[in-house]
Design a protein around this ligand. Structure first.
Ligand SMILES: *Cc1c(COP(=O)(O)O)cnc(C)c1O
Length: 713
């Protein structure tokens, strides 16, 4: 059995602080501010320049800096505290959630979690958006809750994309190769001292896959990489980047993710009790499990049932493009030699992925996942209603309300998304146990105890920090590239921290309607340019490289940002990712969300904002239908059945801004801060933090699905 670890070469680390090497190689540091501080204390500048990447930083720091730290008693004190926290965290504890059912050998995980993307940290660009962050937050929380999970995904050597906006507002992307050697990621080695490489079963000509590992607390994420010399060029690029636009390459990606992923776990000697598919991309993993059981002599039907009873499938979107459908001829090309092993003929095999309503469309991955899983869920209550409609034809004898798709609403990993200064307020006022019990809503009642002024000042400080960071980016581009003034202006050079600031940041895909607020230009100009009570808006987000309509929306928004008539009060911040999200989500005053209902299955950025006291101004869709209580933010868009709702929705935003939001924000008390606004901030935290935490979410998965799936063993 291969040894799934390799120790990095930090030869330069003095003995007294040699534990930093272990710390750097486990992402635990990323969600513990004290651990982050330990790296930052070594050298602030180097920390910043490394992009908060301790692995890279430790490799580059001079021996003098490191030995100075090793000789500094203050540093050592801090080091000892962090190392002892880390070491005790890493001891796997019994998990009361599973009762005794999961007492398992150390090579057995409860769950094999499959996802095409993971959003874990800025230094690991293996995500496109919300789906990835959900997966990342999920496995972090499983580690915090001592739920043994082994996660499977891809190493994308070309990352997602580095965004650059051209002078005319068109998005371009720069290829920046991911440096595998300078991140918290390690090769999985075999006994012979070489990297583990395996072949994807039954694919001819063969696809070779190299295996990497990321330690996420007590759990591990194994990543597959096809960019190795054993592969021909076409195979090498299978894992080049997320969601290939080429249909056949996309199918090959999903074959590697599902079938290769299952094979990888086998090669690693890792056993697991159940499979959790985060979206349908990895559904072929279920076929590979069935094939395994067949090799043990089971009939197809028995094998299918055995797999189904131990599979959880989470569907994430009502958007058609989110559900892959592959033409039958491609399925034949790749699976002709596979289906006999399943004990199926061509027709029996293809039927596994046929949508009864659209039988000629092709092989639908979501259909396969829905058929071959016993536990199926959507990611919010409303999304479950929508999903039942979408997939009702798979259960023709069931009434709509009985279509077996449940809901577990998404949540966010609180230690990752709470801003450290805000966290210090919670440490001070929520009692010493809030961190361990942060999914308990009663804990958050104590938000009342935070003095209004203290919350406001903390928020205001974060807002200044955000605007400073944006201006500094502009300054750098001015100096290094002589960027034109209008580009710098669009980049936010004129932002002003005293103005009510809206944030809108997410993927630029048409249904998210980033340009909605530009619908009535005279009206938005009036709001931006108001002499006494202006607003400003900060945008960020990327369009998928193949999504021209998304790029057109981005161009429209960007061009508005540099239109002098917008008063320098609209800004577009390039290259939205985890890092930008962290500063934006904490620093703006109001988080804007206006997708076209019912397309936003859940949405999570608004949860991250609320956790930090940034209220949501959102259409009633996704999680906000559950989250909005009339006092914790603002809601609009209750206009079902309208065919063209653009004007209506935009009008609702302007009206809420004019009538309620702007007056409330600028209504300063005698001591110089907006009391009414702080009320809404507190209510946003109090009512949302526990309910939309990843802890609440993971516990639901465990209690409603995992425990029951394991019982069938
Ligand atoms: C949370 C997050 C998302 C998902 O946000 P949505 O509101 O669901 O669109 C996307 N990108 C980044 C960087 C995030 O942090």
């Amino acid at each position: 059995m291969p040894t799934p670890t390799v120790h990095p070469n930090f030869h330069n680390l003095p003995e007294k602080i040699s534990g930093l090497a272990n710390l750097a190689e486990n992402l635990w540091w990323s969600w513990r501010p004290r651990a982050r501080m330990l790296f930052k204390m070594l050298n602030r500048q180097a920390w910043k320049e490394s992009g908060h990447n301790p692995d890279k930083m430790l490799r580059e720091l001079s021996p003098e800096i490191l030995s100075a730290a090793a000789d500094n008693p203050d540093y050592l004190r801090h080091y000892n505290v962090v190392m002892s926290l880390f070491n005790s965290y890493m001891v796997r504890k019994e998990n009361p959630l599973f009762n005794a059912e999961l007492e398992s050998a150390s090579d057995t995980a409860a769950v094999a979690y499959f996802s095409a993307e993971y959003g874990l940290h800025r230094s690991l660009p293996f995500y496109a958006g919300g789906l990835g962050f959900l997966a990342g937050d999920f496995i972090k929380e499983c580690s915090d809750l001592n739920i043994p999970v082994v996660a499977v995904g891809f190493m994308y050597p070309e990352g997602y994309l580095l965004q650059r906006i051209r002078d005319d507002g068109w998005q371009e992307h720069i290829d920046e190769r991911f440096d595998r050697e300078a991140a918290a990621i390690s090769r999985v080695m075999t006994d012979k001292g070489r990297q583990l490489i395996f072949k994807v079963p039954l694919i001819d000509p063969p696809i070779h896959v190299a295996v990497w590992k990321i330690a996420v607390g007590t759990n591990a994420l194994y990543l597959m990489d096809t960019d190795i010399e054993q592969n021909d060029p076409w195979n090498r690029t299978i894992s080049a980047r997320l969601y290939s636009g080429d249909l056949e390459q996309r199918l090959r990606q999903e074959i590697v993710l599902g079938i290769g992923g299952a094979e990888m776990l086998e090669k690693l000697g890792l056993h697991f009790r159940l499979i959790h598919l985060n979206e349908g991309h990895a559904a072929f993993a279920l076929l590979e499990r069935i094939r395994d059981y067949r090799l043990d002599g089971m009939s197809f039907d028995d094998a299918f049932t055995a797999v189904r009873d131990r599979t959880v499938f989470t569907t994430h979107t009502p958007v058609a493009a989110g559900h892959d459908v592959f033409p039958f001829y491609l399925m034949e090309k790749y699976f002709r030699s596979y289906w006999p092993d399943l004990g199926l003929d061509r027709n029996g095999f293809l039927q596994l992925g046929v949508h009864p309503q659209y039988p000629h469309q092709g092989f639908n991955m979501t259909v396969l996942a829905l058929k071959a899983s016993a536990f199926r869920n959507a990611v919010s209550r409303n999304h479950a209603l929508v999903s039942r409609k979408m997939w009702q034809s798979l259960w023709p004898d069931k009434a709509l309300a009985d279509v077996p798709i449940d809901s577990i609403t998404n949540g966010v990993h609180i230690p990752t998304w709470v801003e450290p200064k805000i966290k210090m307020l919670y440490d001070r006022y929520l009692g010493s146990t809030w961190r361990d019990n942060h999914d308990n809503p009663y804990i958050w009642e104590l938000v009342e105890k935070i003095p209004d002024q203290e919350l406001w000042q903390t928020h205001y400080w974060l807002k200044i920090k955000l605007i400073d960071a944006i201006r500094e980016r502009c300054r750098k581009r001015w100096v290094s590239e002589h960027a034109s003034p209008s580009i710098l202006l669009a980049g936010g050079a004129m932002l002003d921290p005293s103005i009510l600031t809206l944030g809108f940041a997410r993927r630029f895909t048409t249904y998210k309607r980033a340009d909605l607020i530009l619908n009535d230009l005279p009206r938005i100009k009036r709001l931006l340019n108001d002499r006494w009570q202006p607003i400003q808006i900060i945008f960020a987000g990327k369009a998928h490289p193949a999504d021209d309509p998304g790029k057109h929306i981005l161009q429209k928004v960007f061009n508005a940002c540099r239109d002098p008539q917008m008063g320098g009060r609209m800004a577009f911040v390039e290259d939205y990712g985890e890092q930008t999200a962290q500063v934006l989500l904490h620093g703006v005053d109001l988080w804007l969300n206006n997708p076209l209902p019912p397309m936003e299955a859940c949405g999570t950025s608004g949860m991250k904002a609320a956790l930090n006291g940034v209220p949501h101004l959102s259409i009633l869709d996704g999680w906000w239908i559950e989250g909005y209580n009339g006092r914790n933010g603002w809601a609009f868009g209750d206009v079902s059945g309208e065919s063209d709702r653009t004007g209506i929705d935009a009008g609702s935003i302007y009206q809420l801004l004019e009538d309620e939001i702007i007056p409330l924000y600028y209504d300063m008390s005698d001591d110089g801060f907006p009391k009414g606004w702080v009320r809404v901030m507190k209510e946003a935290i109090r009512s949302n933090a526990a309910r939309f935490s990843a802890r609440r979410m993971v516990k639901e998965y465990v209690q409603r699905y995992y425990v029951n799936a394991i019982k069938t063993l």
